[in-house]
Design a protein around this ligand. Structure first.
Ligand code: SAM
Length: 461
């Protein structure tokens, strides 16, 4: 999203807002987290309409909504966003809200647009009346933290979203782990805010539900800016609602709470997701996105193979000071397993900067090198390593013959190469593997995933 931040120095005179009616104010409240001003020194009565439009356009371009999408808006209010998105994209839009009045209003509005595919239902976010995997997209605007059982609502959103569907929301978060008492009393009045999660808490909750975070953006500056202008307006509106909003902005202004936008993808079948990749750049981007959730996702079905690979190397390479390349090191699971066995001289190489950042935290590598191992110049000199270990890298849409030939060149004469390979991919690589002037000295077999065979191969050059 492309937001513009201008200086806050020149706040407009409050009288420019006198033309605002109560309804317009309500509309503004709804779009708070989404709006932004181009130039604060020049705010006029039309500007709220403009910011509303601009931010909605941003949403559309980042959402990939098309005419064949089916979008759910949770807590849709009076359906304004739903109608607008249906008009702009031609997609089917379903709105739910627990308020009977809001839904009645939304249905009445929808009747003015008979050509649009719109429907509205009174329902709780914690109990959505839709089948599993029904929607391609789900959108929530600043409402999740106000639902008393946020986790239950997230679970429901996950359930009704199809595999690889998109979930977008903006939300108030607390940078510390818990909202301080003072802020809590300021923003929590009338149970306005029920969950108080930090950005890290959100990432953790989303990862637990197998939502991959594609974008996470701190919108606090934008909301702060809007809050300053709107609080001027609210001098005309002394209602409880405006009091609460003002308190929230004060909390945001003081940095005690922040406002974030998240765009996530539901990925429960990570193996099919990662292998459904058409080029190395896409693979790199996917690993960057996956990095924070990778270890939790592979814990059950893959992690044991990293231990097995390290153990296999130990059997053939007793020298703990040997210079070892962990090729496609990822988050460093193999490096960690090797370090546990006493190896001290390990280099990590990987495509993905984010995976390597996680590997770096393990403090088991001498050097970490972000590179594409398809590149013959990935390392300055040839015949460098005593051993190369590659776990999980020789796989569909991952490393192929080009990488294999490079790794062979980086290996010292007499050096050892240990690689995992699933049986079907092994068949594809067999010829290239046995054309190289090295010998297979060991091979073991493991059952993996449902009932597939994974080999660990050991070659000596
Ligand atoms: C399935 S992960 C395995 C990570 C780690 N070895 C493990 O077992 O947990 C595959 C890794 O290979 C890396 N990779 C794939 N192709 C690569 C290439 N051409 N050059 C460097 N790294 C590559 C990916 O970025 C990813 O981190």
């Amino acid at each position: 999203m492309d937001f513009h931040l201008d200086t806050l120095s020149n706040l407009p005179n409050v009288t420019v807002f006198t033309a605002y009616q109560k309804e317009e104010l309500e509309e503004v409240y709804q779009s708070l987290a989404w709006g932004y001003f181009g130039n604060l020194s020049d705010v006029s009565n039309q500007d709220f309409q403009k910011i509303w439009g601009r931010t909605k356009n941003d949403t559309i371009s980042s959402s990939d909504l098309t005419a064949s999408s089916r979008l759910l808006i949770v807590r849709c209010g009076k359906g304004k966003t739903a109608i607008w998105l249906a008009q702009q994209t031609g997609c089917e839009v379903v709105g739910v809200d627990m308020s009977e009045v809001c839904i009645a209003n939304a249905i009445a509005q929808a009747q003015n647009h008979p050509s649009l595919r719109l429907s509205f239902h009174q329902a709780e976010a914690t109990s959505l009346p839709f089948p599993d995997g029904w929607f391609t997209h789900v959108l929530c605007q600043g409402t999740l933290a106000k639902i008393p059982e946020t986790e239950l609502a997230l679970g429901e959103i996950h359930r009704v979203l199809q595999e690889r569907g998109t979930f977008m929301f903006d939300e108030m978060v607390t940078p510390g782990s818990a909202l301080s008492e003072v802020v809590a009393t300021q923003v929590d009045r009338q149970e306005e805010l029920t969950s108080t999660w930090s950005p890290d808490d959100w990432r953790e909750k989303l990862a637990q539900l197998s939502f991959l975070v594609l974008e996470a953006e701190d919108l606090s500056e934008i909301v702060k800016q809007n809050g300053k202008v709107l609080s001027q307006m609210q001098q005309l509106d002394r209602s409880e609602q405006s009091y609460l909003d003002r308190k929230i902005w004060e909390a945001i202004d003081s940095g005690k709470v922040e406002w974030w936008f998240y765009k996530c993808q539901k990925v429960t079948n990570w193996l099919s997701w990662i292998c459904d990749t058409s080029n190395t750049e896409e693979l790199r981007l996917k690993y960057d996105i996956w990095a924070s959730a990778y270890e939790a996702d592979v814990e059950k079905h893959w992690r044991f193979m990293t231990e097995n690979a390290a153990l296999t190397l130990e059997k053939v390479l007793p020298v703990k000071e040997a210079f070892i390349l962990d090729a496609g090191a990822g988050t460093g699971l193999v490096g960690e397993a090797l370090a546990k066995r006493g190896y001290t001289n390990i280099v990590a190489a990987d495509l993905s900067e984010e995976m390597l950042a996680s590997a770096r935290n393990k403090q088991v590598y001498k050097v970490l090198h972000q590179c594409n191992l398809e590149d013959p110049q990935a390392f300055d000199s040839l015949e460098t390593f005593d051993a190369i270990i590659a776990a999980g890298m020789f796989a569909y849409a991952h490393a192929g013959v080009g990488v294999l030939q490079n790794l062979f060149r980086f290996l010292k004469p007499g050096g050892l190469f240990v690689a995992t390979m699933r049986s079907d991919y092994y068949k594809e690589m067999e010829r290239a593997l046995f054309e190289l002037p090295w010998s297979l000295i060991a091979q073991s077999e493991f059952k993996i995933y449902e009932n597939e065979v994974m080999y660990i191969l050991v070659f000596r050059k």
